[in-house]
Design a protein around this ligand. Structure first.
Ligand code: F1X
Length: 377
């Protein structure tokens, strides 16, 4: 990493007041559409609160969240109270949006209502059924690089997306699967994996966890601390998924459920809810937070787009930023498996950026491009 990059200030955050940005598009179109879909099926008692939120998003300002229900999100929001929604950091306003949806449904720590549970369970059911036609990936000896590629394809399963590409439509812009395979099999003490979506996403992650488990002592897998972004897995969702796998009539699904359950019983796999995954923090330059969440893990696998934003910070990096600039304070290696759905991206060559941009102007948010990207200590 050049000395000039070490001294450079962090790039500016993605905000909703950037005309033509994905953040502005999300506020104007994506998030209201998600709200409309919820209003269609919500009970009368909830509809009013959701409609009030819909109005606030367009003409209102950010209001305080109740303390502690969403970790420290209420504190992270403090500086923005009274601000217009159209003048907010993107990740902060997205997390606030989902927290407000949960409050509209009556979510509390004691009554953790998940308005997205039905959608996630349907996605899990569909992905479990699909295992019957994926014998090569369900083979416990499947090549690791095949599972890494499959994991990126699995990440197209994000229900918060305005479009969802088919498997065949995903092109890898960065494929460091060979480097990743070497890293995953070096015999580490602890590898962490931050889960993302239900459906094909989580199932490809469980297949990958089973495959790499013989090469490391522990795997710590993190789920979201509360429901968000429609598809994101919580501990409740994970427990329900494992029960479905164990009860499945599909042998490969049942075997996966048994193998994951055994890893949990052996304490080789530990499931964790991490409060930091529900606040607009970033890990790359927050050594204390990274240590608190990932402890002595030698490698963290960030699955999906939102987790890339948590790792790199939701900011306007030059896409040609030398990727190991993100390791200055991270204190371990990272592996990012993602279909790209937001404008946060580092480590590309200018040739790849220029060429891909000519193919699709929305290349950063269409979900048709993916990365298997290693940030090695
Ligand atoms: O984490 P995932 O499921 O891969 O993608 C989720 C996400 O990237 O989709 C939207 C577009 O960026 C954002 O709201 C959110 O970060």
């Amino acid at each position: 990493m050049s000395s000039s990059q070490q001294s450079k200030p962090s790039p500016s955050p993605l905000t909703t007041n950037e005309p033509g940005s994905f953040a502005a598009f999300s506020l104007e179109q994506r998030l209201p559409t998600i709200l409309d879909q919820l209003i269609q099926y919500a009970d009368t008692s909830v509809v009013h609160a959701l409609q009030q939120l819909a109005t606030e998003m367009q003409t209102g300002t950010i209001s305080a969240l109740p303390p502690a229900i969403f970790g420290t999100l209420d504190q992270a929001l403090q500086p923005y109270i009274g601000r217009n929604w159209a003048n907010m950091p993107f990740l902060t306003v997205e997390l606030y949006f989902y927290a407000r949806i949960l409050l509209a449904f009556g979510y509390t720590a004691i009554t953790p209502i998940d308005p997205f549970q039905t959608a996630k369970e349907a996605a899990n059911d569909q992905a479990i059924a699909a295992l019957a036609s994926q014998p090569e990936y369900c083979d416990p000896t499947c090549e690791i690089d095949k599972l890494l590629h499959r994991a990126v394809i699995g990440n197209t399963a994000d229900l918060s997306q305005h479009i969802m590409p088919t498997h065949e439509q995903v092109t890898l812009l960065i494929d460091e699967s060979e480097v990743a395979k070497k890293l995953l099999t070096t015999g580490m003490q602890r590898i962490d994996l931050v889960f993302d979506n239900a459906g094909a996403d989580i199932l490809t992650d469980l297949l990958l966890i089973r495959r790499i488990s013989p090469y490391c002592t522990h795997i710590v897998a993190h789920v979201r601390p509360y429901p968000m972004f429609i598809s994101d897995m919580t501990l409740v969702n994970m427990k329900a998924l494992l029960e479905k796998l164990l009860a499945s009539s599909i042998p490969a699904a049942r075997q996966l459920g048994q193998d994951i359950t055994q890893l949990l019983h052996q304490n080789k796999l530990i499931l964790r809810t991490s409060p930091a995954l529900g606040v607009p923090a970033n890990f790359y330059d927050n050594a204390a937070l990274t240590q608190a969440i990932f402890g002595n893990a030698e490698l963290v696998i960030f699955k999906g787009d939102l987790n890339y934003r948590f790792f790199a910070g939701d900011q306007r990096w030059l896409h040609t930023t030398e990727k190991n600039h993100l390791l200055q304070h991270f204190g371990r290696s990272a592996l990012c498996l993602r279909t790209i759905k937001s404008e946060v991206l580092v480590g590309l060559t200018s040739e790849i950026v220029d060429h891909t941009r000519t193919l699709r102007s929305d290349w950063l948010t269409c979900g048709c491009y993916g990365i298997i990207q290693v940030f090695a200590q």
